[in-house]
Structures are given as structure tokens and as C-alpha cells.
Design a protein around this ligand. Structure first.
Ligand SMILES: Nc1ncnc2c1ncn2[C@@H]1O[C@H](COP(=O)(O)OP(=O)(O)OP(=O)(O)O)[C@@H](O)[C@H]1O
Length: 227
């Protein structure tokens, strides 16, 4: 188990019935695993199961060498998940959301980290805005900024490229490369071949009849020509 953060064997995910074949997967330190497949293939369902929002239907799911317990302090400290739910406090500003995240996760310099994330996510002019006054892409930026503001060893992201403009999408690719190079791990669903080729170390392909692990180049071909 050394260096393996997430380990699944014969994992069946779904809503009463499985949405795809059983999944085997390891995510190790410093790996970025992209999950690809056509719309409705089961990518989000897998990610929601891995963060404990859905019960596995069958199989083995281990995080940090133990059965998944999403309520444990260890899990909450280590796993930064952004699955597109974007549940914000309606009366807290952009800045206050990030400060709250930093304080909640024991960040050393909450003000400095908050200021940095606001700047790099291009939210400076909206720092004092409430979520209801943000554009959809700005809400996406805020949700991702919160994931990057806190300490973590595993990021779980569902189509993080969605609704981002080209500038922030490009920056996101760079931050995920930095994450990997610093020994962090990422499990992310994506439809974006550029994000995949820049960041992924391996690719899990979900389809109706099989689950495959392929390399990044093959993953790009599959996104471009087979989905
Ligand atoms: N809450 C739910 N209850 C029942 N079925 C669901 C539910 N959510 C999703 N599904 C179904 O499960 C299957 C897998 O959906 P999922 O959202 O995991 O697909 P996806 O690969 O993430 O797709 P996309 O690329 O469109 O985001 C789909 O057939 C979908 O209709």
C-alpha cells in the first residue's frame, strides 16, 4: 500500500444498479488520473462514490490504506473535492468563503493564502461580492480556489474545466502539474484533451462494456475520435 492513496477493486457504482462495469484502480502519490468516457458513462458516479456521497454497490474501496470513512478527520484533511455542487453560503462574500476554508483547514496564513487565490483566480474585483452576484464561471473559479486554498494530498475534481475561460483553464493545467510535481495526487473526470495531455499520468476509460487504463496520448485519441 506504500504511496497508494486510493485503491479500488471490483468497485461497482450506481443508483441501485451499476452504471458501468466494475472498476479496478490505484491512485498513487504524484499521479494525476483522468477519468474519461461519453456523457452518462459513469464518471461523476465514480467520483461521488469515492468521496462517500454514494455507497458502493459492491467491491472494495480503500483510501489511505483503510476503508473509506468520509467523516473521519484524516479524510477531510487530506481530500479536497470539487464535484460541481458549488454549495455556497448566500451571505458570505468570495473573500469570506476562502478565509473560512483556510481557517477550517488550519492554514498558517489565511489572509495571505486567500489574497493569493483571489488574485490567481482573477477574482480581485469580485472579492467582496456574494455568490448570487457572480457569473457562473466566477462561481466555478471560487469553488476551485477553495480546493486550492486548503492543504490536501488528493484532489478529486469533476470536469474542473467546465465553464472556465481559456485563460483560467490554461492556468488550471499549470496548477495541476505543480500539484503532481509536489507529490500531490489528482483524480479528475474531464472532457478536455488539452488538460488531459498536459496533466495526466494515466487515464481510466469508462464505457458500457469495459473499463480500461491507457496512457495520456491514447486518452486524447479516445476523447477526440471515440466518444
Ligand atoms: N441521481 C441519479 N439517479 C439515478 N441515475 C442517475 C443519477 N445521476 C446520474 N444517473 C445516471 O447514471 C449514469 C451515469 O451518470 P454520470 O453522471 O456518472 O455520468 P458522467 O459520465 O459523469 O456523464 P457526463 O459526461 O455527462 O458528466 C447516467 O445514465 C445518468 O443518467
Amino acid at each position: 500500500m506504500d504511496g497508494v492513496l486510493l485503491e479500488v477493486d471490483g468497485l461497482e457504482v450506481g443508483y441501485g444498479l451499476p452504471v458501468c462495469p466494475p472498476i479496478d484502480l490505484r491512485v498513487g502519490a504524484g499521479e494525476v488520473v483522468a477519468v474519461i468516457g461519453s456523457n452518462g458513462s459513469g464518471k461523476s458516479t465514480l467520483l461521488r462514490t469515492v468521496v462517500g456521497l454514494l455507497e458502493p454497490l459492491n467491491g472494495r474501496l480503500q483510501m489511505f490504506g483503510a476503508d473509506l470513512d468520509e467523516r473521519s478527520t484524516g479524510f477531510r484533511a487530506a481530500v479536497a473535492a470539487e464535484l460541481g455542487d458549488e454549495a455556497f453560503f448566500p451571505t458570505l462574500t468570495v473573500r469570506e468563503h476562502l478565509l473560512l476554508t483556510c481557517y477550517g483547514h488550519g492554514v498558517d496564513d489565511p489572509d495571505g493564502v486567500t489574497d493569493y487565490q483571489i488574485e490567481v483566480f482573477g477574482l480581485t474585483e469580485r472579492a467582496n461580492a456574494l455568490p448570487s452576484a457572480l457569473s457562473s464561471g466566477q462561481r466555478r473559479r471560487l469553488a476551485l480556489a477553495a480546493a486550492f486554498a486548503r492543504p490536501r494530498s488528493l484532489m478529486i475534481l469533476d470536469e474542473p474545466e467546465q465553464r472556465l475561460d481559456a485563460t483560467i483553464r490554461g492556468a488550471l493545467g499549470g496548477w495541476l502539474v505543480e500539484e503532481r510535481e509536489a507529490g500531490g495526487s489528482v483524480l479528475m473526470a474531464t472532457h478536455d484533451p488539452e488538460l488531459l495531455i498536459r496533466t495526466a499520468t494515466k487515464v481510466l476509460v469508462i464505457s458500457d462494456d469495459e473499463i480500461r487504463l491507457v496512457g495520456p496520448e491514447r486518452g486524447v485519441e479516445i476523447i477526440r475520435h471515440e466518444l
